[in-house]
Design a protein around this ligand. Structure first.
Ligand SMILES: [Zn+2]
Length: 305
């Protein structure tokens, strides 16, 4: 008998079937193995939602990328980033298989929420995002879901990426949003709370439970159709390998030309400044100080005013 190299990838999930008919909502966390608020929030949702009061079906996957979680890392054991591997391949490596399994689940849903954070290396201003879908009805539903999720930033970005969970939903015309809440390998209790509440808000919006948004916390709504507008890993790249010291904090208002931070070598003889090229609000900031040349150090949310 030929020894099996690895077990086929299976997703640990909980499915709550409502007593009444309604839509199927899928919520995933842990697409990256070092993002913790989503995992805890989804486990809390398993206990917070009463099937007797539920219309439709709720599928909850706290750790979509078990290989990365087991690896204590953003990426799986094969070194691949799941968010760059969709729609995946059933016969491929562990991350490619995971992408294929999650893709199948996404296509079975009517609505989709993918919860993230900045992981070990980044911190992200709390936001709910979506792609600027070409089908007006899908786009409008995504806008409603992102507003209902009720984080301070609502961010619509170009639909040009083809390897993310949201691109699988996009291609199947399934309204989908993602969310980000801080990061830096810390599990923030307020992030867990905001994610539980955000998911319940969306469930209320699509008629699965009796739940309404009490008061809106949305401060900025930005839609940016420029290519690669939603990319977080490549903006304001580190000019050299070294130690990054930020000169700004998350959420700070900055103007083009302001100092983002400095990257220095071991002895501090070489210090390269990185300056913002845009005006707006610091949406993402690198918090893990050791950087490689080309690592994104920060993202600015460009504001009208
Ligand atoms: Zn992530």
């Amino acid at each position: 008998m030929v020894p099996q190299m690895h077990q086929p990838v299976k997703l640990q999930q909980k499915v709550l079937e409502g007593r009444r008919p309604g839509p199927h909502l899928l919520i995933t966390g842990g697409v990256h193995g070092d993002e913790f608020e989503p995992m805890v929030a989804i486990r809390q949702l398993m206990r917070a939602v009463d099937p007797k009061l539920l219309s439709g079906k709720l599928t909850l996957v706290p750790v979509a990328n078990e290989s990365a979680y087991g690896n204590l890392h953003r990426c799986g054991a094969d070194g691949l980033d799941l968010a760059r591997t969709f729609p995946g391949c059933p016969e491929g490596s562990v991350t490619e298989q995971t992408a294929a399994v999650v893709s199948r689940l996404i296509r079975s849903a009517d609505y989709y929420i993918d919860l993230h954070t900045g992981g070990t290396t980044l911190s992200v201003s709390p936001l709910a995002g979506y792609v600027l879908h070409s089908v007006p009805e899908v786009l409008e539903k995504q806008r409603e879901m992102a507003r209902a999720f009720n984080l301070p930033v609502v961010w619509g970005t170009s639909p040009d990426r083809n390897t993310s969970s949201l691109s699988v939903a996009r291609d199947a015309n399934i309204p989908a949003i993602y969310a980000e809440y801080l990061g830096s390998a810390v599990c923030h209790p307020e992030g867990i709370e905001a994610y539980v509440e955000g998911c319940l808000n969306v469930m209320g919006l699509v008629g699965m439970i009796d739940h309404q948004v009490h008061s809106s916390r949305v401060e900025h709504t930005v839609e940016d159709a420029r290519p690669q507008s939603g990319y977080m890993q490549t903006k304001n790249p580190a000019p050299i390998d070294g130690y990054f010291q930020a000169q700004v904090v998350l959420g700070q208002r900055v103007t083009a030309g302001d100092l983002l931070g400095v990257v220095s070598d071991e002895l501090g003889d070489v210090c390269e400044e990185v300056r913002f090229t845009q005006t707006g609000l610091v949406l993402v900031l690198r918090t893990f100080p050791r950087v490689s040349q080309g690592d994104g150090l920060g993202v600015v949310l460009e504001l009208e005013t």
